[in-house]
Design a protein around this ligand. Structure first.
Ligand SMILES: [Zn+2]
Length: 436
């Protein structure tokens, strides 16, 4: 980290120099000792609009992003309605986003059972890549895929340069574990029951299949929200062999661990589940070693009633953790404890995700030619997350009450200040980033 002067022209970074005087004609913003980070890029967000705007929408999700220093979101092809699995549904999403995006955004397309024919048209329509599930997604309109479906999709994607993102759990171990728990009369309000119902083996088996296919087809596969450290040896081996595979973990797997989760506290429900403290430590180690490439939020909210908090049953509550806007302080808090240099944060939360989504050089870097997207960050501010700090639609999040270090003071998008000290800019000026 060093002092710098960043010159901006027409929304792009013109130059990055050491500290220097600028001519009096320049509009100068002096951020003192605050840290300038590239605007963060979050490649795993469920905006849910159109169709489930009561869960979350472009307006509220992108404002939450802006407040958290995130200047680019890539939206998942579910839980919107229609799911983004053909060009017509992509166009519906584009129409829904008009005039509502406070930050730049782009779309992932969906790979589902039976839509192989729709993939090339979606490539042509400008999606950044595709997402699939190897287990029931929770949404009946977004059907999971098996090996045969994956092969059909990879035939279509081979040579396009676009990645296939995969929810890496297979159903077999989850079904077997759930049935065994039910036979034994397990208490579904206990977190340990939910954890036992989604064993590590489901992730290990899925990642074994995905690394094998990425190697065979020489086509990029990206593991979303890796939770199980038991899959790390497989990933180390695949990467050493040059298999085109990248790996993301999420903020929550790096912050929470199972033993501290109260029974019935379904705001912590996500899949794969939050695992042990030793597992969390191993994920931090894998980030440091470069086995895990990046951190995303998997912001996936729902109306509070769907969390069925009064009932507290993990098998009946909707899964998904709401966190958009909080990732930077949460991750920085852990990094400071571990004395990890902040340049890794820019790598994990801006540069690497930008590359995954095809925005290398344009987003996620402080370099001449890139968009002038910045998060201005106070690394020393200590604060406690309250519901008022949440800018997404429903103020239900397991992070409420968390004591964190570091605060986003300002966010800039293509040279415009869109958020400063709790206040938003005049109106949404985000754009869709379409692959050309
Ligand atoms: Zn997700």
């Amino acid at each position: 980290m060093k002092p710098a002067t960043i010159a901006v022209e027409d929304g792009r970074i013109a130059s990055v120099r050491g500290w220097s005087d600028l001519s009096s004609s320049d509009e100068l913003h002096d951020f003192g000792d605050l840290i300038m980070l590239p605007g963060l890029v979050d490649t795993h967000v469920h905006i849910n609009e159109p169709g489930r705007t009561e869960w979350e929408g472009f307006w509220s999700a992108t404002r939450a992003a802006a407040a958290g220093g995130v200047t680019t979101l890539v939206d998942m092809p579910l839980n919107c309605v229609p799911e983004t699995i053909d060009v017509a549904s992509l166009e519906a999403k584009r129409a829904a986003a008009q005039g509502k995006a406070w930050v730049d955004w782009a779309a992932w397309g969906g790979v589902v059972h039976g839509n192989a024919e729709a993939l090339q048209p979606l490539v042509g329509a400008g999606v950044q890549g595709f997402k699939c599930f190897l287990i029931h997604s929770g949404i009946d309109g977004f059907h999971w895929v098996d090996e045969a479906d994956l092969r059909l999709a990879l035939e279509q994607l081979r040579g396009t340069g676009l990645p296939l993102l995969a929810h890496a759990e297979v159903a077999g171990p989850v079904t077997a574990a759930t049935e065994a728990l039910n036979r034994a009369g397990a208490n579904w309000q206990a977190y340990c029951t939910y954890l036992a119902s989604r064993p590590d083996d489901a992730e290990v088996k899925a990642i074994s299949l995905l690394t094998r296919l990425a190697d065979e087809y020489q086509t990029r596969i990206h593991i979303v929200h890796l939770a199980s450290a038991r899959a790390l040896p497989l990933l180390v081996r695949a990467k050493q062999q040059g298999v085109p595979i990248t790996v993301e973990t999420c903020v929550h797997y790096l912050w929470f661990s199972a033993a501290a989760i109260p029974d019935g506290a379904t705001e912590y429900k996500c899949a794969p589940p939050l695992r042990s403290e030793a597992n969390r430590e191993a994920l931090w180690g894998a980030l440091a070693d470069g086995v895990v490439d990046m951190i995303a939020t998997d912001h996936s909210p729902c109306p509070p009633a769907m969390k069925r908090r009064e009932e507290g049953r993990w098998d009946r509550a909707w899964g998904g953790i709401a966190s958009l806007g909080l990732a930077l302080p949460v991750i920085w808090t852990e990094m400071s404890r571990r004395e990890i240099d902040i340049h890794h944060l820019a790598q994990w939360m801006a540069t690497a995700p930008a590359r995954l989504a095809g925005f290398a050089l344009r987003k996620g870097v402080l370099a001449a030619g890139a968009d002038a997207d910045f998060a201005v960050f106070d690394p020393d501010a200590e604060w406690t997350v309250t519901a008022e700090d949440l800018h997404f639609r429903h103020k239900l999040s397991p992070y409420v009450g968390a004591k964190v270090r570091g605060r986003v003071m300002e966010t800039w998008l293509r040279g415009e200040r869109i958020f400063a000290r709790g206040q938003f800019g005049d109106g949404p000026c985000g754009r869709e980033l379409v692959r050309s």
